[in-house]
Design a protein around this ligand. Structure first.
Ligand code: HEC
Ligand code: HEC
Ligand code: HEC
Ligand code: HEC
Ligand code: HEC
Length: 468
C-alpha cells in the first residue's frame, strides 16, 4: 500500500516535524484500534443483492455471475470440507465461522453463520463474495484471514476519483487497485497455530511481478489472459465512456467446480489461464543404442502466473508431468505420470503441490489438522524446475525415438473427491497446461508468451525443439 518514502521526509528536526510525528503516531494508534468487522456487527438487509447493482452495472454483473467468487458459498466441494471442519470445530472448540469469513462474508458479519449447514443464510449471504460486500470494504487490518472493516450503506468504494452515480455515493480508494485488497483473503493462516495454509499474496509480493507493478487485478480483472489488456467502455450504463473498465471474471484455474455447476464461460476461461501459465522444454536424444541408458530432461517454467503454480489451496491441487518415449514404430519405451484405473497418479511421478502434516507427522488435506508443512515443491513465478528421467533402450526398439511431455493440472485428487462424494459422482477434469512438442495453435500467444520464447531461445543450445 502507500508507503511514506524517505525522499518526502522533513530533513531537519523542528517543531513542525515533531507535530507531524505526533499526528502520525496518533493516526497509527487510531488505525491500530480499528477492529475487523465481526459476527453481529450488521444485519444482512444492510447489503444489497447483486441483482440491484446489475440494473446499471450489467457487464460487471455478467462477468461476476458464475465466477468462483459468486460460487464461494454454494461450491459443493467447499461445502463438503466445511461440514468436516464443522465436526472438528465443535469437538476442538475452534471458531465455527473461520472458513465462512472468506466464503460467506455477509453471513458471518450478520450472524447467520453458524449453523454451518447454511439453513439460516439469507439470499444475499448465499451470493458469496459479491458486489456490495466487496465495494463497502472501507479498510483492512492487513493481509490474510479476511481482516476487512466494512461500512455498508450509501457509499460504494472503487478505483475512481471522478465517478458519479445517481443511486449511491462513490469514493475512490487506492486500496482497490492494490494486491493487498485481494491479499485480505488470498493468504490463509491456521486459526490456532498460525501455520501458513495458503499464500498467493506473499508469493506474488516476493515475485518480479510485484517489483514491476503488475498486480492481481492486472491479470485477473482484464479481458487479456494473464496479461493486462484494456477494456474500453462504460462502468455503468448511464456513466461516461472510459478507457479501461476493470472486468469481474476473477478466473483462476477452477474448471472443475465451474464446469460441474454449469458455468461454462468461466470453465473455458480457467482452461485458457492454465494453458498460458507454463512452458515445457525437453532435452532428449532422438536415437540410442540397445542397452544404452537414455536420459530425458524436461524443464518446466512458470511463465504466466504471478505466483507459484499451483497456488491457493495447494493441498488439494495437483500438477504433474506425463512423459512418454516411443520408438519409430510407436512402441512405448518409457512412460511416467499416467493415471491408474482409480484416477490415482503414478507414484513414481513428481506431483507439484503442498503436503501438510498433522501433529503426528502424518499427511493430511484437512487444513485445520495441519501442524507443519511436510513438503512444498511448487514452481515460483518466472522460475523453472528440471525433471530428470532415464530408461534403458531395449534390444528390439527402432530409431529414431520420440519424446512427448504433457504438464497436467487438476483441482483435486480423484481419490479425495471419491472419498467425499462417493465413486462415480464427479470426474475431476485433467487439464493439459502445456505440451511438448508444442501444439500449433498455441504458439501465437502474445505478451507474456514472448517471455517463454526468449527463455526457449536463450536455452536453445541445451533444450532444442524436436520437429514433428
Ligand atoms: C441507478 C444506477 C446504479 C445502480 C443501481 C448502481 N450503480 Fe454503481 N455506479 C453508477 C454510475 C453511473 C457510476 C459511475 C460510473 C463512472 O463514473 O464511470 C457508478 C459507479 C460505481 C462504482 C465505482 C466507484 C468508484 O469510485 O470507482 C462502484 C464500485 C459501484 N458503482 C458499485 C455499485 C454497487 C456495488 C451497486 C449495487 C449495490 C451499484 N453500484 C448500483 C450507477 C449505479
Ligand atoms: C472480490 C471483490 C469484488 C467483487 C465481488 C466485485 N468487485 Fe467490483 N471491483 C473490485 C475491485 C478491486 C475493483 C477495482 C479494480 C482496480 O482498480 O484495480 C472493482 C471495480 C468496480 C467498478 C469500477 C470499474 C471501473 O474500472 O470503472 C465497478 C462499477 C464495480 N466494480 C462494480 C461491481 C459490481 C456491480 C459487482 C457485482 C456484480 C462487483 N463490482 C463485484 C472488487 C470487486
Ligand atoms: C472476501 C474474501 C476475498 C477477497 C477480498 C478476494 N477473494 Fe478471490 N476468492 C475468495 C474465495 C473464498 C475464493 C474461492 C471460492 C471457492 O473456490 O469456493 C476466491 C477465488 C478467486 C479466484 C478463482 C480461483 C480459481 O481456482 O479459479 C480468483 C482468480 C480470485 N479469487 C482472485 C481475486 C482477486 C484478483 C481479488 C482482488 C481483486 C480477490 N480474489 C479478492 C475470496 C476472496
Ligand atoms: C502475471 C499474471 C498474474 C498475476 C499478477 C496474478 N495471477 Fe493469479 N493466476 C494467473 C494464472 C495464469 C493462473 C492460472 C495458473 C495457476 O493456477 O496458477 C492464476 C491462477 C490463480 C488462482 C487459482 C490457483 C489454483 O490453482 O487454484 C488464484 C486463486 C489466483 N490466481 C489469485 C491471484 C491473486 C490473489 C493474485 C495477486 C496476489 C494473482 N493471482 C496474481 C496469473 C496471474
Ligand atoms: C482467508 C480466507 C479463507 C479462509 C479462512 C478459508 N478459505 Fe477456503 N478458499 C479461500 C480462497 C481464496 C480459495 C481459492 C484458492 C484457490 O483457488 O486455490 C479457497 C478455496 C477453497 C476450497 C477449494 C474449492 C474448489 O472449488 O476447488 C476449499 C475446499 C476450501 N477453500 C475450504 C475451506 C475450508 C474448509 C475452510 C475452513 C477450514 C476455508 N476454506 C477457509 C479462502 C479462504
Amino acid at each position: 500500500m502507500n508507503k511514506i518514502t524517505g525522499g518526502k521526509a522533513v530533513k531537519s528536526p523542528g517543531l513542525l516535524s515533531l507535530i507531524i510525528t505526533i499526528l502520525f503516531a496518533g493516526l497509527i494508534i487510531f488505525a491500530g484500534a480499528a477492529e475487523p468487522s465481526g459476527p453481529g456487527d450488521f444485519t444482512s438487509n444492510q447489503f444489497s443483492k447483486s441483482g440491484i447493482c446489475s440494473n446499471c452495472h450489467g457487464s460487471s454483473f455478467g462477468e461476476w455471475a458464475g465466477s468462483m467468487h459468486s460460487l464461494a458459498d454454494s461450491d459443493f466441494f467447499y461445502n463438503a470440507m466445511l461440514q468436516e471442519y464443522g465436526v472438528a470445530a465443535e469437538a476442538q472448540g475452534l471458531s465455527p465461522e473461520f472458513c465462512s469469513r472468506c466464503h460467506t462474508p455477509i453471513g458471518v458479519v450478520s450472524s447467520e453463520i453458524p449453523p454451518l449447514d447454511g439453513s439460516h443464510l439469507s439470499e444475499v449471504s448465499k451470493e458469496g463474495v459479491q458486489c456490495d460486500f466487496c465495494h463497502v470494504v472501507a479498510e483492512s487490518e492487513g493481509i490474510g484471514n479476511a481482516p476487512y472493516i466494512l461500512e455498508p450503506g450509501s457509499v460504494k468504494w472503487g478505483n475512481r476519483e471522478d465517478a458519479e452515480s445517481p443511486s449511491h455515493e462513490t469514493e475512490g480508494h487506492e486500496f482497490y487497485d492494490d494486491s493487498a485488497y485481494c491479499g485480505m483473503c488470498h493468504n490463509i493462516y491456521h486459526p490456532v497455530n498460525n501455520l501458513t495454509l495458503a499464500a498467493t499474496y506473499t508469493e506474488w509480493e516476493e515475485s518480479p511481478y510485484a517489483e514491476n507493478g503488475v498486480n492481481c487485478q492486472a491479470c485477473h480483472m482484464t479481458p487479456g489472459i494473464v496479461k493486462f489488456e484494456k477494456n474500453p467502455g462504460k462502468a455503468a450504463s448511464s456513466g461516461p465512456k472510459r478507457e479501461h473498465v476493470y472486468t469481474h471474471h476473477f478466473v483462476g484455474a477452477n474448471a472443475f467446480v465451474t464446469g460441474e455447476m454449469g458455468e461454462g464461460r468461466h470453465e473455458k476461461r480457467a482452461i485458457e489461464y492454465l494453458q498460458n501459465a507454463a512452458k515445457l522444454e525437453v532435452n532428449a536424444s532422438d536415437s540410442a543404442e540397445p542397452d544404452e541408458n537414455v536420459e530425458v530432461e524436461v524443464k518446466i517454467t512458470n511463465v504466466g502466473a504471478g505466483h507459484k503454480i499451483p497456488t491457493g489451496v495447494t493441498e488439494e491441487r495437483e500438477m504433474w508431468l506425463e512423459l512418454t518415449v516411443s520408438d519409430s514404430e510407436g512402441k512405448e519405451l518409457y512412460h511416467s505420470g499416467a493415471l491408474d484405473s482409480k484416477g490415482g497418479i503414478d507414484p513414481e511421478a513428481t506431483v507439484y503441490h503442498t503436503v501438510f502434516a498433522d501433529t503426528d507427522g502424518k499427511p493430511t488435506v484437512k487444513v485445520w489438522e495441519a501442524a507443519s508443512i511436510f513438503s512444498d515443491n511448487r514452481i515460483g513465478p518466472k522460475e523453472s524446475v528440471i525433471e530428470k528421467h532415464s530408461f534403458i533402450m531395449p534390444e528390439n526398439a527402432s530409431n529414431p525415438i520420440s519424446t512427448k511431455a504433457v504438464l497436467h493440472y487438476r483441482s483435486a485428487s480423484q481419490v479425495h473427491i471419491d472419498e467425499l462424494f462417493g465413486e462415480g459422482t464427479y470426474d475431476v477434469p485433467v487439464i493439459d497446461m502445456a505440451t511438448y512438442p508444442e501444439e500449433e495453435e498455441k504458439s501465437s500467444t502474445p505478451g507474456f508468451g514472448m517471455l517463454g520464447a526468449v527463455v526457449a531461445l536463450s536455452l536453445g543450445s541445451v533444450f532444442r525443439r524436436i520437429k514433428k
